[in-house]
Design a protein around this ligand. Structure first.
Ligand SMILES: Cc1cc2nc3c(=O)[nH]c(=O)nc-3n(C[C@H](O)[C@H](O)[C@H](O)COP(=O)(O)O)c2cc1C
Length: 186
């Protein structure tokens, strides 16, 4: 792989959202590869703070119901549009990967958040290998609520940092928009 290849890989990484998902189910091998590639992210003192929990079909139905219950319990006036979106998830998603952090307490917590971010980027990049599946990191959907942490079997000190939703894609998009970045060279 040369510099042009790696730049192309990074620049063509793209989020795809549930409204684009066509209901196709990915092989578990793809999900396993995403997670095993995540494990190669950097972490200070090699604490490897990430922890992933995979929901496959048909269990996404239960997960969606849990998300809906938590949202309604925290706000009975949650907009109907939001509820409708959650209800659609089981028919749209292939897999939902809960992104969790188990703090090592060996390094500052902020360093562990950064490490998990790098791990999720590896999951995103892995999806570039397949033309017919995409996904994105959502920090909505009852992320890190007490009830969701309990549902995921996390302990008090663990963090739930959202989900990586994966779904089948008919029209994979490869062009994200970026404004020009500011870099200071000294
Ligand atoms: C930590 C994190 C949380 C995110 N949470 C959400 C979210 O809750 N809802 C959403 O639509 N997108 C979410 N995204 C995805 C961003 O919307 C997406 O990365 C951004 O629009 C840029 O698009 P791109 O990933 O295709 O470059 C999140 C991304 C990150 C890194």
């Amino acid at each position: 792989m040369n510099l042009a290849d790696i730049t192309l890989l990074i620049e063509t990484r793209k989020s795809h959202f549930p409204k684009e998902f066509n209901g196709q189910i990915a092989d578990n091998d793809l999900i396993s590869q995403m997670i095993s590639n995540a494990h190669w992210a950097p972490s200070h003192k090699l604490t490897l703070p990430w922890h992933f929990i995979v929901f496959e079909q048909p269990k996404i139905e239960k997960l969606a119901m849990k998300i809906m219950d938590i949202q309604l319990a925290s706000n009975p006036n949650v907009p109907q549009e939001k509820i409708d979106k959650i209800k659609l998830l089981p028919s749209q998603l292939s897999h939902a990967i809960a992104i969790c952090l188990k703090p090592s307490k060996m390094v500052p917590l902020w360093e562990e958040y950064c490490a998990v971010g790098a791990a999720v980027q590896n999951m995103y990049l892995t999806l570039n290998a397949v033309p017919d599946f995409g996904g994105y990191w959502t920090s909505g959907n009852a992320t890190n609520s007490l009830e969701m942490k309990e549902y995921l079997g996390l302990s008090e000190n663990d963090e739930h940092l959202g989900f990586f939703f994966v779904g089948g894609i008919d029209q994979k998009r490869t062009h994200s928009k970026r404004i020009t970045q500011t870099v200071v060279w000294k």
